[in-house]
Write a protein that binds this ligand. Sequence first.
Ligand SMILES: CC(C)(COP(=O)(O)OP(=O)(O)OC[C@H]1O[C@@H](n2cnc3c(N)ncnc32)[C@H](O)[C@@H]1OP(=O)(O)O)[C@@H](O)C(=O)NCCC(=O)NCCS
Length: 308
Amino acid sequence: MAPTEPTSLALISYPTHPSAVSENPRCAAEAQVISRTTGGPITGSRLVTDLRALGVTPGMTLLVHSSLSSLGWVVDGAETVVLALEEALGSTVTLMMPAYSYDAPEPSEWENPPVPESWWATIREEWPPYDGRWARSQHLGVIAETFRTQPGTLRSPHPSLSFSARGPQAPTLVGNHSLENAAGDGSPLARLYDLGGYVLLLGVGHDSNSSLHLSETRAHWPGREEMRSRKGKWVREGRVEEFLLLDFNWHSEEFGSLGKDLESETRSVSIGPVGISESRLMPQRTLVDFGVRWIEHHRNKVPDPPSA
Ligand SMILES: CC(C)(COP(=O)(O)OP(=O)(O)OC[C@H]1O[C@@H](n2cnc3c(N)ncnc32)[C@H](O)[C@@H]1OP(=O)(O)O)[C@@H](O)C(=O)NCCC(=O)NCCS
């Protein structure tokens, strides 16, 4: 019998042709990132240099909000970014990132996409209890999710607005998290404030700046008392228990204008490139205190009378 021909490498097809790439939306999105990346791929050492130039210094306690694609094409992606942050901050690094997830979603409120009304009861009944050991974070990006799953990262005990942290200050930051007023004085955001921490917006704008929710909870403005409660189930120390969340409605749609005013009025925000992104570093106390004053001023404004 004739020996079997070894498989020829030429027979394996790779999606290198432009039309093949564009058929897969994820490949097409990554191809766009590659085409926007000038001056070679973004390496870990370049990220460390850029982060230090922005003002990230060893010993800082840092809350990071991020977008991987905005940095340009990074060699090995999210892992490289997390390692670069750790290197830029040194051995005393404490990093924190959001780890928000769905707790007990209300299917009647889903819009994008909606589900048939006849499914609502089944979804409510069958939705598994929240388990913070493995519940994925939602809509926060691959860097935050990679950080959450890194060995040794702690996660705060909140079924929807948790934060993850690693480093010497991590137990202080995420050891407790109040179920009432999740972004308020019993939250990791408030512990970051106590510690004099910093916020890094890595290629994202102030609309992702969660610390401004702490400002909202500390400011006095009309509508502040409108509390909303939500029940659900979660796993606590191996047992399924009910939880009750109590929060008021937040208004992050104003955070972009608030951030612009913070930058022009306080000059406390360091703005510069990290990879190909425009990134921002700021002391969280200045941010939160400015946010309280801004919200009290803008949300208490008497509306102009209707023109005749
Ligand atoms: C929503 C958000 C995460 C989207 O950013 P994004 O860059 O598109 O998404 P990710 O950070 O998950 O990066 C993944 C994308 O990077 C690109 N990518 C893939 N490999 C890459 C690489 N090696 N280098 C760079 N980009 C790469 C891909 O386009 C990928 O998209 P895909 O997952 O659809 O394939 C971001 O806009 C945001 O809002 N971040 C802040 C979130 C936050 O902290 N919010 C607080 C709420 S108050």
